[in-house]
Design a binder for this molecule. Structure first.
Ligand code: NAD
Length: 379
């Protein structure tokens, strides 16, 4: 397979993960980075030995076939449109875009140009989430009837030095963290058909807790506490609680309740973690984790070894282009997840059930052998 040149637009917080992890994968090579701030681009270029360019030059570069959009959510649509207009494949961080209309506009442009669009999250390709998928598909808990998912904390302003966008329209916990949870639910259970939600905000302002702006107050202009009901096409019903107003809680990240048992799935914001299978109230046991390449710990964080294979979705898209097959972090999946999230927020405003206008296929499972094939050195 020929190596595809990768450019990155957006050299903030998350760009370091992509620049560090991309070299693990076959078939791609990061060659240039760009940012509205030339200093930010230069700093990452110096650290990782790639070219720093302005965004226009990066989009015109002949040695780049796919551009990764790591800008802030409000810029995702315009930057992905510019990438496609320049004739390059596009891969975006989450949330893919902020409205269904923007998603459909990008779909139309990509179709006209014969280009691919992919979007994070790719954490559902992690070893544990793929094992959960395999267990569900082989009927370990029977048909899934219901589930709960909780992603609740006191917010992002304590650690992110520029948290303003989290608290503006386009931010909030559903659009920011919902992609991990909803994408994983869709890979496990299939598409959603309608949603309803309650949404409010517990705090009018937030105070930045780190970096040069520490102590500065930012306004809150979007719901930060959302309780949603998701009705899946399969018939499964799931409650999703997404909040940045909660100091502490004792709920689990994700529990799926099947006709023959329950499966407790770890935080889909990460690639690894433990799985627990419970066949009745008195009997639950950790599942022996399979040896999946995207579940192997490769990073130390807060004294814990954990698996981080961000860029896996991009590597799968690059391989899929070469092999002429669909990629897993697909446009259809990303657009459906945007539909789910924006419908949840609409329902939070209007108090009505919202029926979705999009659907999608579940992405293909990623077996250990298929994951190994994406890595340069799987052993
Ligand atoms: N920080 C994380 O841990 C994390 C994790 C997963 C996903 N993400 C997602 O990644 C994206 C970026 O997050 P971040 O935390 O790195 O943000 P950030 O604010 O640290 O960095 C964003 C960068 O994009 C640049 N930028 C903004 N608009 C641009 C434009 N039009 N053209 C070129 N550059 C532009 C900014 O100058 C900035 O350097 C977001 O969508 C976020 O949801 C972040």
């Amino acid at each position: 397979m020929e190596t595809m040149g990768v450019g990155i637009i957006g050299c903030g917080n998350i760009s370091t993960a992509y620049l560090k992890l991309a070299p693990l994968f076959k078939g791609l090579e990061v060659r240039a980075v760009a940012d509205l701030s030339p200093e930010a681009a230069q700093a990452q270029a110096d650290e990782f030995g790639v070219r720093a360019e302005d965004p226009e030059a990066l989009l015109a570069a002949e040695d780049i076939g796919v551009v990764v959009n790591l800008t802030v959510p409000a810029a995702h649509f315009a930057v992905t449109r510019a990438i496609l207009a320049a004739g390059k494949h596009a891969y975006s961080e989450k949330p893919f875009v902020l409205s269904l209309e923007d998603g459909e506009a990008l779909r139309a442009l990509a179709e006209t140009k014969g280009l691919r669009i992919g979007s994070a999250p790719d954490t559902f390709l992690g070893g544990t989430h793929q094992q959960a998928r395999a267990l569900i598909d082989e009927g370990a808990i029977g048909p899934v009837l219901a589930g709960t998912a909780h992603v609740m904390s006191r917010g992002m302003e304590a650690w992110h030095p520029n948290p303003d966008f989290f608290f503006q329209p386009g931010g909030g916990p559903v659009l920011d963290l919902g992609p991990y949870y909803i994408t994983n639910l869709v890979q496990l259970l299939g598409p959603v058909r309608r949603v309803a939600a309650l949404a409010n905000a517990g705090f009018a302002t937030r105070t930045i807790g780190s970096g040069p702006r520490q102590g500065e107050t930012v306004p809150v202009n979007t719901p930060t506490n959302i309780h949603a009901l998701l009705d899946f096409a399969s018939g499964a019903t799931v409650t999703l609680s997404a909040s940045w107003d909660i100091a502490a809680h004792r709920h689990a990240n994700m529990e799926l309740y099947g006709a023959d048992g329950s499966l407790y799935v770890p935080d889909p914001n990460f690639f690894g973690g433990d799985l627990v299978l419970a066949t009745n109230r008195d009997s639950s046991a950790p599942v022996d984790l399979w040896d999946h390449p995207f579940g192997r710990p490769n990073e130390e964080k807060n004294d814990e070894r954990r698996a981080n294979y961000r860029t896996a979705g991009l590597a799968d898209m690059v391989a899929a282009i070469a092999e002429g097959r669909p990629h897993r972090c697909s446009l259809d999946l990303a657009v459906h997840v945007i539909d789910v999230m924006t419908a949840i927020l609409r329902s939070g405003e209007n108090g009505q059930f919202e029926t979705l206008s999009t659907t999608c296929e579940r992405p293909a499972p990623l077996t250990p052998a298929e994951a190994a094939a994406l890595l340069k050195d799987a052993e």
